[in-house]
Design a protein around this ligand. Structure first.
Ligand code: BTN
Length: 283
């Protein structure tokens, strides 16, 4: 296999993350916008690292990848299982003049953009569970974690963390408390090289950061819709103290989930609720 190959030889050990190879595969636009590329053998959490660096003044366009995370973080305070060399753990810092409250919508953007990159790399049947759980065959393939710091009137620092299961053994994934899948199974054959995948994601994220800054959430809604796991289906929304049932109508222009309930259309924001399918979906 040549060093520029897009795919990974299934019988060979995984390529380690390699800054030179990621840089070589980046688009010229992303290469210009990217300020710093860090690759760690081991770190607590790439998100936590960038939040620390953001507080210390790191520039917009700082990227952090790691071979393994000792305290990988998922949404809602859950751990993100991060074995060495198996998956992709990537975080990106972008600075905006807008206040933190405006940046929550990027949660949907990140999901749509990551799903689109994987789809363009050959993955069929991907689905997004609002706001940004990446699923295949109703099993978890990846997830995005957004963290924002800043003044209430702006400016803000947005850290977007992307975790994608690339090639994980059942043993490595044993402590994951929900059904999961990796890209090796989704793509079949040789799968995809993590350095190439990292470059494709960085290209797409940088493009999305810039576009979101100019145009907000609107240009990304149709893309998110294409991957909606429950479009038109009956779902359950779990609130702190009750459950609401209804039919998934899609996403409003502010990123809220639109649900057709017995009381008419209602809208919900991420953070206050969790979405479930009508049957057989307990997480
Ligand atoms: C989820 O719960 O679905 C979100 C998972 C996000 C995991 C990624 S891995 C890279 C970055 N660093 C972290 O600690 N979390 C995110």
């Amino acid at each position: 296999m040549t060093s520029g190959s897009r795919f990974h030889d299934a019988k060979a050990p995984p390529h380690l993350l390699d800054a030179e190879r990621i840089l070589a595969a980046l688009s010229p636009t992303a290469r210009r916008a990217m300020e710093r590329l860090e690759i760690h053998t081991e770190i607590d959490s790439t998100n936590r690292a960038l939040m620390r660096e953001a507080a210390a003044g790191a520039p917009s366009g700082t990227l952090c990848l790691a071979e393994c995370q000792t305290a990988g973080r998922g949404r809602l305070g859950r751990p993100w299982i991060s074995p060495f060399g198996a998956n992709l753990y990537l975080s990106a810092l972008w600075r905006y003049s807008a206040p933190p409250a405006v940046l929550g919508g990027f949660s949907l953007v990140a999901g749509a953009v990551v799903a689109d990159v994987l789809h363009r790399s050959g993955a069929e049947g991907l689905a997004l569970k609002w706001p940004n759980d990446l699923l295949w065959d109703r099993r978890k393939l990846g997830g995005m974690l957004l963290e924002v710091a800043g003044e209430s009137q702006g400016p803000s620092a947005l850290v977007v963390g992307v975790g994608i299961n690339v090639r994980m053994t059942p043993d490595q994934g044993r402590s994951i408390d929900q059904p999961w899948v990796d890209l090796a199974e989704v793509l079949g054959g040789p799968g995809i090289d993590r350095n190439v995948l990292a470059a494709l994601l960085v290209d797409a994220l940088i493009d999305a950061f810039e576009r979101f800054g100019r145009e907000g959430l609107n240009p990304f809604l149709a893309l998110w819709d294409e991957f909606d796991a429950f479009r038109g289906e009956q779902v359950r929304l779990l609130l702190a103290d009750r459950e609401i049932r209804g039919r998934m109508l899609g996403i409003a222009s502010d990123g809220a989930l639109r649900l057709d309930t017995a009381d008419g259309e209602r809208r919900f924001h991420a953070g206050e609720v969790s979405l479930r399918g009508e049957v057989g979906d307990d997480r």
